[in-house]
Design a protein around this ligand. Structure first.
Ligand SMILES: Nc1ncnc2c1ncn2[C@@H]1O[C@H](COP(=O)(O)OP(=O)(O)OP(=O)(O)O)[C@@H](O)[C@H]1O
Ligand SMILES: [Mg+2]
Length: 502
């Protein structure tokens, strides 16, 4: 780590349409450091990074690069200055190959202003080799895992000799093995003297990877400290202004009859012979690696994709699995992890999104009742502490975690009997996670049945009454609460598990 900051911001303020979302932020990034940026949903992390990376300008304040005041007019300009943002949902062109993606937007020219394809290919090969990843310069990007797509973006950053690489929640969609690989690469970038800014809601990752950590709260910088000096509890207190335990409270419920029954469900190429049950009052975990077929099973139950064979029944009534409309009518809700694509109308207001799911509550004899909507939406905004300045804000203006909370509210309002939650707390901060867990506990107390797909072991262990584990499209084990432990679940997830009773 060098003594001198490579980037400094001074007095950065930002407001979009309403109040300030960043207020007088002074932030210093040293050469060769891994700097974690943390804070609750909506604290301003992504906004600060987008300002540094030229996505939009600050409302006031300055940015200094190696001590020189600099105007970063666009992401392109930022890249020329050696600052590159790696997106959480990688910005790739699926039809192009790896090399073409790496050089998209900054192609190398030969003398006659033609693209130097051979040179680019060789350079891509060299960089890929140096990172020790498992794709090739000529591979098509379509169908690659999120982890590999992210690597393509990292290679692209290196091809521009980026000195500062900003990663906004890069691990959110990665398996633990992939996170491990990414960390190796981050450490390698550091050893080459590059600086990395790393955003994550997972505190153990912050401890593992970062040299220093900056905490934002409500758009203000609380402090920058050496990570090694801080305990988990210190970090949480700085983030939320109070301590909270990461312990997940499990409430006792009365477990009733079977609400969801899946029998030998098969979809060729994705999953095979999946059988499971979820009873009223029960939280059933569905664990496994990313890509093991968990979401595909959920989507088939919900009628998004047809099954090749097998049966699904809700409260004893069989489902045809032909459309989500049928599933919704039979009181199933499916809360997806992919809020950008399936969960929300991004251009509509928060109020519209939430009330759309329960329109009958805001209409009376065909007449829209704004007060009813206001009350309904207000209740959920309070309950889940969705951070916004008005429910008339468009969903796309909310921070990632607050969008996720909006999706949850939307589905809760449909008053489902069976709720399928797909990574319910992805991108949600520690404080809000507790709210979500509390909410899930409340639901089962009311006799609802919850099937929870999760890659977070603490969540599975903390909340589930039973847990099924999937491996390569099949159920590899099932555990009840007493037999559940981290090692056994991980083993089953990689295909080495011993079944308890499956
Ligand atoms: N384009 C925009 N228009 C209006 N408001 C915005 C826009 N982008 C962000 N905001 C607001 O700025 C605030 C900070 O959002 P930001 O995305 O920076 O939070 P974050 O710390 O990255 O949160 P998360 O952990 O949920 O990703 C939020 O209140 C958000 O609603
Ligand atoms: Mg963010």
């Amino acid at each position: 780590m060098s003594e001198n900051p490579i980037i400094s911001t001074r007095g950065i303020c930002k407001s979009f349409t309403g109040p300030l979302v960043l207020e007088n932020v002074d932030f210093d990034l040293l050469g060769g450091e891994i700097h974690a940026l943390i804070g609750e949903n909506g604290a301003g992390k992504s906004t600060l990074m987008k300002i540094i990376c030229g996505v939009f300008p600050p409302s006031s304040g300055s940015i200094f690069l190696n001590g020189v005041k600099t105007h970063i007019a666009s992401p392109h300009k930022a890249a020329e200055l050696g600052i590159v943002l790696i997106h959480q949902e990688p910005l790739i062109f699926p039809d192009l190959n790896v090399t073409e993606n790496i050089f998209a937007g900054h192609s190398r020219k030969t003398g006659k202003a033609l693209v130097d394809r051979k040179g680019q290919f060789r350079e891509a090969e060299r960089l890929i080799k140096s990172l020790n990843v498992n794709f090739k310069a000529g591979d098509k990007v379509a169908g690659m895992s999120v982890a590999d797509q992210q690597m393509v973006e990292i290679v692209s950053a290196l091809s521009q000799d980026a000195r500062v690489i900003v990663m906004d929640e890069p691990t959110a969609a990665l398996t633990s093995g992939e996170v491990h690989n990414l960390f190796k690469i981050i450490n390698m970038l550091k050893s080459e003297g590059r600086s990395v800014i790393f955003i994550s809601h997972r505190l153990e990752e912050i401890n593992q990877i970062s040299d220093r950590v900056t905490v934002l709260r409500d758009g203000r910088k609380i402090d920058t400290r050496m990570t090694a000096e801080l305990s988990q509890d210190d970090i949480i207190r700085m983030m939320v202004g109070r301590s909270i335990t990461e312990q997940i409270p499990k409430t006792e419920t009365r477990i009733g009859e079977t609400a969801l029954e899946v029998t030998n469900l098969t979809r060729r190429g994705q999953f095979k012979d999946v059988s499971l049950t979820v009873r009223r009052g029960e939280i059933v975990g569905l664990a496994g690696l990313v890509g093991s077929g968990r979401s595909e099973v959920a989507q088939t139950i919900f009628g998004i994709y047809p099954a090749d064979s097998g049966k699904v029944a809700v409260n004893g009534t069989p489902l045809s699995m032909k459309s989500p409309a049928e599933a919704i009518a039979k009181k199933i809700a499916y809360v997806t992890e992919d809020r950008q694509h399936d969960g929300l109308f991004l251009d509509f207001t928060v109020a519209n999104n939430i009330s759309a799911a329960a329109w009958w509550k805001v209409y009376n004899k065909g007449v829209f009742r704004p007060e009813a909507e206001k009350k309904l939406v207000g209740d959920y905004v309070d309950k889940l502490r969705i951070r916004l300045h008005s429910v008339k804000q468009k969903v796309k203006e909310l921070s990632g975690g607050n969008q996720q909370k909006t999706v949850l509210s939307k589905w809760m309002l449909t008053e489902p009997d069976v709720l399928i939650l797909d990574e319910p707390t992805r991108g949600i901060d520690v404080g809000a996670k507790a709210e979500v867990y509390h909410f899930i506990n409340e639901l089962v107390k009311q006799g609802k049945a919850v099937l929870m797909i999760s890659s977070e072991m603490t969540e599975i262990l903390g909340l589930s009454d039973r847990t099924y584990v999937m491996h390569e499209g099949s159920i590899s084990a099932v555990f009840d609460r007493s037999g559940m432990n981290k090692e056994a679940i991980m083993l089953a997830a990689v295909g080495g598990g011993k079944n308890q009773d499956a």
